[in-house]
Design a protein around this ligand. Structure first.
Ligand code: PLP
Length: 373
């Protein structure tokens, strides 16, 4: 079943006949695996001992985690005016220690697809691997063109793309705990594997981080794909992407104090206070006001912003969302004193602490609390 899932997903993202991959526990593990594979590849083929990866500053924190776990230096590149990574700065950051570059399709914070064609050209020119993080885009990206939406090329059709992560447990609608990591060919994938031929317990080999792996989740993923079928995914893509694009367009047209970030093409729409908004319009307070209406949006920082990730639950609710968002903005503009708790207060406090290690300690305390019985 794992082999069949991988084969289907490789085809959906225009992999070549020798395209390959593996199932992992989720987007983070897929990304960890790609980074680990490229570190090994650079070490064995180019003797790189101080590996570096060059990524947009909007890349998912799973890349920071990979950098931390595998001792890779992570170099984050700022965005241009279009909210996509600046290619000139990516180019300047590539050195003989660069083991990989990456872009997102789309990224988590703003739902923006990077200039993947430009990144692919850099990857080819510098002969370095390139990963496309399509964890969030997932099957929406696989069906977005067929659904009639225009997007630039984002997958293995770009010659520089050597790997992609696609989360079956996001818009593949499979149970949580599955994602696909794909490679252009087996020469990349083999560096993901771990083999210990001298173990007392026998010759040990595993394709990904886990030792024992959950067959039930693999079967659940396979069954979901069979049950949804191409028509189910196509229909979901039309509805979800259509909803997100309508939300972006209506915020732009109807709420001048908010500004949609970049040109979101998939399912996530991020917004912040516009330049013309009164200075006391705290968009994180708008998020708190939206929570009171029952919406579960995501708070973002650097800059403070909020995003909605549209799902099938959002479909048909755009009027309600817009009415609640206008109401939330009005409430924050006229009664800012009512929003002294929640995400606005939390990020306000965190921003006031210049030493980020203190924020780190507080979060560690929070995680400890979560794990208390
Ligand atoms: C763009 C992107 N990449 C990677 C991930 C990590 O996926 P997971 O939470 O399954 O580990 C996410 C999760 O939201 C994401 O949005």
């Amino acid at each position: 079943m794992e082999a069949e899932i991988v084969q289907m997903v490789v085809r959906m993202f225009h992999g070549e006949p020798d395209g390959c991959g593996a199932l992992t526990s989720g987007g983070t593990e897929s990304i960890l695996m790609a980074c680990k594979a490229y570190r090994e590849l650079a070490r064995t083929e180019r003797g790189v001992t101080e590996p570096e990866m060059v990524v947009p500053e909007t890349i998912h924190a799973a890349f920071d985690k990979a950098a931390h776990y595998f001792s890779i230096k992570i170099i984050k590149i700022p965005l241009g005016d279009d909210s996509r990574v600046r290619l000139d700065l990516v180019k300047r950051a590539i050195t003989k220690n660069t083991i990989m570059i990456a872009g997102s399709a789309p990224n988590f914070p703003h739902g923006i697809i990077d200039d993947l064609r430009g990144l692919s050209q850099l990857a080819v020119a510098h002969k370095i691997p390139m990963h496309v993080d399509c964890c969030l885009g997932s099957f929406l990206m696989a069906f977005i063109e067929e659904a009639g939406f225009e997007v630039p090329l984002f997958d293995f059709r770009l010659p520089g793309v050597t790997s992609m992560s696609v989360d079956t447990h996001k818009y593949g609608f499979a149970p949580k705990g599955s994602s696909v990591i794909m490679y252009r060919n087996k020469a990349y994938r083999k560096h993901q594997y771990f083999v210990e031929p001298n173990w007392m317990g026998g010759i040990y080999a595993s394709p990904s981080i886990a030792g024992s792996r959950p067959g039930a989740l693999i079967a659940g993923c396979w069954a979901t794909m069979m049950s949804m079928g191409r028509s189910g995914y196509l229909d979901a893509t039309k509805k979800i992407v259509g909803t997100a694009r309508e939300i972006a367009q209506r915020i732009r047209g109807e709420i001048p104090v908010l500004e949609v970030i970049g040109n979101p093409l998939v399912s996530v729409v991020a917004f912040r206070a516009s330049r013309t908004a009164p200075s006391h319009l705290n968009v994180l307070a708008v998020n708190d006001a939206m929570s009171q209406h029952g919406w579960n949006l995501n708070a973002l920082q650097y800059p403070a912003a909020v995003h909605i990730a549209c799902t099938l639950l959002t479909v048909g609710k755009v009027d309600q969302f817009m009415a609640d968002l206008k109401d939330a903005v009005e409430a924050v503009l006229h009664h800012p004193e009512q929003f002294t708790n929640g995400s606005a207060a939390m990020y306000g406090m965190a921003a006031a602490v210049p030493d980020r290690s203190i924020v780190n300690d507080i979060v560690v305390g929070y995680l400890d609390l979560c794990l208390e019985p």
